[in-house]
Design a binder for this molecule. Structure first.
Ligand SMILES: [Zn+2]
Ligand SMILES: [Zn+2]
Length: 605
């Protein structure tokens, strides 16, 4: 030990020089990401500029060997802190315009152990066929040809968008659709089902056209990553529903059958999308949503394991199925709002909620969704109250509303904007057997097919349709903030829950701000030099990988990014200021930019 001290004492000038050089390296590389701070990262403080000076002062002021210990501790601290900072932003993990590489091999391995006959290449071929068939169906505004292998929730997503597009005389042409890669991201088990999440990199020229309201027309060439989630019963028979249009049960030709709301073979009455035969498309998620919410889905699967009381009485309980019902019901509510027609949703909701919803629906001005997407639907909590199991499901949607005035379409939302809500669904603890899904237009009590009706009793068995005896019924829809309050007041009733504060936990203030600044500079359809250099400057300042920025700008240009705002009002104010600065960067604020700023001020500040 003494020898070491002597060595250090003799060579201390050389050593301090080396330390200062190391410090300088931190300043020029690692520290660059946060030099000057900015946005929400300011509290992290410090700044690298004074580091060399600080080391010199520590060296001079502290007695030997404490000066060296202090300097070493300081450097380790700075190193760890800068590493944490760099990994900090979730936006760096969004795969944009590149083959998604993140892959969870653990789930895949245990799935293959259970299903040794699983052929990854054959599965990917199915995904490719599904992708092409669905994009064609989308462009033709007719999903019936793909109906046999999509869930009721996915069907309703398409159906709702088609209804809106029909009101606006819109169609969406896709040209040069190319799949560039298909990657299995992860496989999870969910009740008696398996779920495979697949990343798809593709490109297309995308044209929204309305002859009646040409101001809504948009064209972009986009390369994009989407995650498609497929579900199948663990005990599935392994039939192929993709390379054939025939019923997997009786072999009947389904190509001309125009299956719609009900996914039922007209010959044998089998529901082809039950997961008993082949993989069923259950969800489509955009890259940015997939990355930011995947931790929530992991938690929600853990949560499902805790809800034993529910799965005991409901053998078919699976998180993905509940989320599918929630998506379906949520979209029925939105359709009812647009058509101002309560019968569309009445049978899916409790009487109390119906009365509450009807009041808001009637006070709404007339509007149509120019865009409506469900970004993410996640089970976040379960509680028991009044003899019922109640599930809380977080719903992130994004939308752009328009109003038709004197034959013209006026934008009510300047940009596509996202919203977080929580939907509550209830079912009796002591349940009766479910004979069919209400969300697939079946009577849960007898399985009979029911049409859109205001009659609240099944025409076959007379059972009350919105009864919680044998189906999950929507009992409330609230804002994220209202849910936090509800959770505080009822936390003793919860059997399991994901901390509601974690809903947006991965988005930091700078992520919201950076995302919104990009939407802001894309809003007038012009990306000029000042705007791009401002975006570059912000990216550097906030620690975003330069390679990501190009993809993010492309996403903004192609209207793939939506306005996102956090719950905290103080954070909203910071974000508004940064967006204002971005709008004014090229010397003037365009009318579109001003409109977006005004609408944010009005809605969030
Ligand atoms: Zn059949
Ligand atoms: Zn019935």
């Amino acid at each position: 030990m003494k020898k070491t001290f002597d060595f250090i004492r003799k060579n201390q000038h050389v050593l301090v020089f080396i330390l200062i050089v190391i410090a300088a390296c931190f300043i020029s590389t690692e520290m660059f990401a946060r030099a000057g701070g900015g946005g929400g990262s300011r509290s992290g403080g410090g700044g690298g500029d004074g580091l060399g000076e600080l080391i010199f002062m520590l060296f001079m002021l502290l007695p030997f060997p404490f000066n060296y210990i202090a300097i070493a501790a300081l450097l380790i601290g700075v190193f760890v802190f800068s590493k944490l900072k760099k990994q900090g932003s979730i936006l760096n993990k969004v795969p944009t315009n590149q083959v998604p590489t993140k892959r969870d091999n653990k789930g895949l391995a245990s799935f293959i152990q259970m299903h040794p006959d699983f052929n990854e290449e054959a599965f990917k071929q199915k995904v490719g066929m599904a992708f092409t068939e669905i994009q064609n169906a989308w462009a033709a505004k007719d999903i019936s040809k793909a109906r046999r292998f999509i869930s009721d929730g996915v069907y309703q997503r398409f159906n709702t968008q088609f209804k809106m597009m029909n009101i606006l005389s819109q169609r969406n042409e896709l040209e040069k659709l190319t799949i560039k890669s298909i990657t299995i991201d992860k496989i999870v088990s969910d009740g008696t089902f398996d779920v495979i999440h697949v990343g798809i990199l593709a490109s297309t020229k995308d044209k929204f056209i309305s002859d009646k309201y040409p101001n809504l027309n948009e064209t972009f060439f986009e390369e994009f990553v989407e995650y498609w989630s497929f579900i199948r019963k663990t005990s599935a028979s392994g039939k192929d529903m993709y390379s054939t249009q025939n019923c997997p049960n009786c072999g009947g030709d389904l190509s001309g059958s125009a299956m719609g709301d009900v996914c039922k073979c007209p010959y044998c009455g089998t529901f082809t999308n039950s997961g008993e035969f082949d993989w069923v498309l259950a969800e489509i998620t955009q890259a940015d949503d997939y990355v930011t919410t995947s931790h929530l889905h992991d938690m929600s699967n853990t949560l499902a394991n805790k809800i034993e009381e529910i799965s005991d009485s409901d053998k078919e309980f699976a998180v993905q199925l509940i989320e599918d019902k929630a998506s379906n019901g949520y979209l029925q509510l939105q359709t009812a709002r647009v058509f101002k027609d309560a019968k569309i949703m009445k049978r899916f909701v409790s009487n109390d909620f119906y009365n509450k919803f009807e009041v808001t629906m009637k006070s709404d001005d007339h509007f149509v969704y120019n865009r409506i997407f469900l970004n993410d639907v996640t089970l976040i909590g379960a509680l028991q109250k009044d003899g019922k199991n109640t599930l809380a499901i977080a719903i992130k949607s994004s939308f752009q509303k328009v109003r038709i005035v004197n034959g013209k379409a006026q934008l009510l939302d300047v940009a596509v904007t996202s919203k977080n809500e929580v939907m509550m669904m209830s079912k009796d603890i002591i349940t009766e057997e479910n004979k069919g899904s209400l969300y697939a237009h079946q009577c849960p009590s007898c399985g009979g097919t029911i049409s859109d009706t205001t009659d609240m009793n099944c025409p076959y068995c007379g059972n009350l349709l919105n009864s919680t005896k044998n189906e999950w019924i929507i009992t409330d829809l609230m804002s994220q903030q209202d849910y936090l309050n509800y959770f505080k007041g009822n936390s003793n009733l919860f059997i399991a829950n994901v901390n509601p504060k974690k809903l947006d936990a991965l988005y930091k203030v700078r992520d919201f701000a950076f995302n919104n600044v990009l939407v802001m500079i894309a809003i007038d359809g012009v990306f000029d030099v000042e705007e791009i250099s401002y975006a570059n400057k912000l990216a550097k300042k906030w620690g975003y990988a330069p390679s990501k920025l190009e993809g993010m700008i492309d996403m903004a240009r192609n209207n793939q990014l939506v306005i996102r705002m956090p719950e905290s009002k103080k954070d909203c104010e910071k974000i508004y200021k940064l967006m204002h600065k971005a709008a004014a960067i090229d010397g003037h604020i365009s009318p579109e930019e001003q409109q977006l700023l005004d609408s944010i001020k009005q809605q969030y500040l």
